[in-house]
Design a protein around this ligand. Structure first.
Ligand SMILES: Nc1ncnc2c1ncn2[C@@H]1O[C@H](COP(=O)(O)OP(=O)(O)O)[C@@H](O)[C@H]1O
Ligand SMILES: [Mg+2]
Length: 462
């Protein structure tokens, strides 16, 4: 037996002999965790909790044990019960902050952490605080502030540049200007989003004088969010085609790169380019690229970028007439709330997976121009619950591939049938479920102002 095993055994024995010494038992769990012995830590902690079901510190320890193993929803379920109201338990708040941080919700993480330390400075965690870009101990009035902190105690530019490494190249190329040929009729379902785009984005363009006559201010954009593959990008492109506008698609990474290159001017020139090309749909795609690893940017350095972006959107120095702004994201919870104020992305719309009638429409759209025979779209739609539009496209693509190979073998091309599509359907897994696993937590635990009620309704939780 190794020395380590021997001392662990002695420890185990000590814990066993003092069943009421929770502190000792908890210490043992921490030792196990530090040795990465997660299974034993988890089992032991569970057994402790069974004996002392109301101990808050044990509950937090249990949650930390899950947290260490990346079992985040287990951890969240526990800490959620300990952070509400006036008797919120500070260690639980800190763990909650870490869970929020891990989920990319830095604002919530900072808020939780600050609250926890205000309640009890014993829970201060310097390493985590510096990760959040805040001072570990701001309430003693004496702590030294580093030059990386700005007025709100958040890190400023320096850190981001460091993260960006030596790649400080500015984006040189202007994004491509497309003239999409597709229109709303190429997009299945999504009727609610189409309607909102009509009213908010298209009418102001096609009925500009009417709007002017009534003194109605035009502006602001629509942010679409939802599981991947459900047609957000497709619809943005179709919006441009619908009104014969030009189309510029900007990845949020482009925007970030611009900022890392410290050229807010580039962001300005992007908007200027759209203004020169009006009518133009300016589409900000994949805002979710601002994922957890980069999330501290928004909090700190990225704020300048955000401000610049918002000023452009507000049309502070320029006129945005004829520039239609759309955005899409799979992770709306990563987006700074400043983006959502009036005149900006003031409409945030959920794009759910297509329902059966929408799937029927999408299948019809996907099969246009393909050789088919008596396709029963409805029965395929009925069997493809939880499939995204992109999943359905994969089904069709696979069926066609199989058909093609068959034709090559037999030397005789035959049209695609319902049976072919159903066979292919069995090979494709619906991809939307995974997204809802994450979305559900945000909708349940970070649903300020009912932002995510649509998700809860979709999941039939509300
Ligand atoms: N509602 C839809 N109608 C028609 N095609 C769709 C629809 N949703 C998805 N698709 C197909 O799936 C592809 C991927 O969808 P995309 O718009 O990129 O999804 P998202 O941007 O929501 O992740 C599209 O290019 C299109 O071929
Ligand atoms: Mg997309």
């Amino acid at each position: 037996m190794s020395d380590l095993e021997a001392s662990l055994n002695a420890f185990r024995e000590a814990v066993r002999l003092a069943p009421d010494n929770i502190a000792l038992a908890e210490h043992f769990v921490r030792v196990l965790l530090s040795l990465l012995r997660y299974d034993e830590a988890e089992q032991f902690c569970k057994s402790l909790l069974a004996k002392h079901p109301s101990s808050k510190s044990l509950k937090v320890l249990m949650a930390s044990t899950y947290f260490r193993q990346d079992k985040n929803s287990h951890a969240l379920a526990i800490v959620e019960t300990l952070i509400r109201g006036a008797d919120a338990y500070p260690p639980a708040l800190v763990l909650h902050a870490k869970l929020m941080f891990r989920a990319g919700n830095v604002q919530a993480a900072v808020a939780d952490y600050k609250l926890a330390v205000e309640m009890s400075d014993e829970v201060a965690d310097e390493e985590f605080a510096s990760l959040l870009g805040i001072r570990a101990t701001w309430n003693d009035g004496l702590s030294e502030r580093t030059d990386m902190q700005d007025d709100e105690g958040e890190v400023s530019d320096g850190r981001l540049r460091q993260q960006a490494g030596d790649d400080d190249s500015e984006i040189a190329d202007e994004p491509e200007i497309e003239r999409p040929k597709i229109s709303f009729s190429d997009v299945g379902g999504m009727s609610k989003v189409k309607e909102e785009i009509q009213v908010k984005i298209i009418y102001p363009l096609t009925h500009a004088q009417m709007y002017a006559a009534y003194g109605k201010k035009v502006g602001g954009g629509i942010l679409m969010y939802g599981p991947p593959g459900c047609g957000k990008t497709h619809l943005a492109r179709a919006t441009a085609g619908e009104v014969q506008a030009k189309f510029m698609s900007i990845g949020i990474n482009d925007v970030l790169d611009m900022w890392v290159g410290n050229s807010e001017r580039n962001l300005h020139s992007l908007f200027e380019q759209a203004r020169r090309n009006r009518p133009c749909v300016l589409f900000f795609d994949e805002v979710d690229a601002l994922g957890a690893s980069r999330s501290d940017m928004r909090q700190s350095a990225g704020r300048h970028l955000v401000n610049q972006f918002l000023a452009e959107m507000d049309g502070v120095d320029s006129n945005n007439e004829g520039v239609l702004i759309l955005g899409a994201t799979n992770a709306p919870w990563h987006i700074d709330s400043a983006f959502r104020r009036p005149g900006r992305f003031d409409q945030v719309l959920f794009v759910p997976p297509p329902d059966a009638p929408a799937r029927t429409e999408i299948l019809k759209i996907l099969l246009v121009g393909k050789p088919t025979l008596d396709i029963d779209h409805e029965s395929i739609a009925a069997k493809s619950a939880e499939f995204s539009g992109a999943d359905l496209k994969a089904v069709v693509d696979r069926a066609i591939e199989a058909k093609l190979q068959e034709a090559i073998r037999s030397g005789r091309p035959t049209p695609l049938t319902t049976k072919d599509l159903l066979a292919s359907l069995r090979l494709v897994k619906p991809s939307t479920r995974e997204w809802f696993a994450t979305a559900r937590n945000h909708a349940l635990y970070a649903n300020q102002g009912g932002t995510y009620d649509d998700i809860l309704q979709y999941l039939k939780i509300k």
